[in-house]
Design a protein around this ligand. Sequence first.
Ligand SMILES: [Zn+2]
Length: 357
Amino acid sequence: MNLYLSNNSGILEVVTGSMFSGKSEELIRRLRRAKYAKQKTAVFKPAIDKRYEGDDVNIVSHSQNKIEAILAKDVSVMEEYLENNPDIQVIGIDEAQFFGEDVVAFCEKCVKLGKRVVVAGLDMNFRGEPYEPMPRLMATADYVDKFHAICTVCGNPAYVTQRIINGEPAYYDDPVLFVGTTESYEARCRRHHIVKYRDKKETKIYFVVGTDINVGKEHAENEYIFENKNKQSMKILKINNVEDVLDLAQLRRDIKEATQNHDVIVIRVIGGILYPLKEEYNLLNLMIEYRKESEVIVVAENREGILNHVYLTIDVLHRNNINVKEVIYINKNIENAEEAANISRVSQRLKIPFRYL
Ligand SMILES: [Zn+2]
């Protein structure tokens, strides 16, 4: 980006993203460069940002990169500073989401006065909702840079901040502060960002897929049903994609209805995971639709040469960030010690539990 104040026309730059995405570092970098150029700068940060107590005159990013900042309890502090220092050329504002709507008008005014304004702040709260007033600043900015942290679960670019309370994803309506709990935040991608709802029934969906035809999915499923009997209400749905006659819209309605009335849904799939359900849409796409609330049970026949099929199936599922619950080997043949050792090794390598039925 090419950002120089050549004609004092004023410019608004927004640096945004989730926590741990390097917003403050970027703000510091830009302000420092202005300082090196002997431009007159001022940096503000909210007085409520108590992340680093006792370090109140500095903006502190997570990497301990610092720049001197003025603590502002609200926008009036900035207004006053601007009045007393009309020759300020570059203004930085960190954690702008804490300043509320007033900061938008302040930024507009500064830009009109020909100043360069660099604003850093969270674009979304932990619920994944826009964090006002950042959206308004982003819309009215000359330049917006959205930074990404790295998802702590899968390593993909992170989209949003995950709030964790006592080791569990926070509920939508969890209060901001409460006593006797430990609270932390992590960067997460869309797939691994979880917001829990108190009034929403949490239904688990299991897809039962085979590495081949006639491996014994029904047998595995029956065992599973037996294990869960009396524990939860279950619904079994069958998908037969062999003949390409599936009504996908109806299936989605069935799944939706089942999630409202049952604790566990078992979806038995006849046909391979990459076999088309409808034109370009295959079972894998369906699993992706439900991947936040589902797990896959892979059923394989316990026979020589099956492990490569298991590897391939699990690899496809993992690459698509789909949860795999376990691999069930249907023990049709007499158990072979060498094969059993191989299965055990594969399981360890894939970090997925397995069992024989
Ligand atoms: Zn992720």
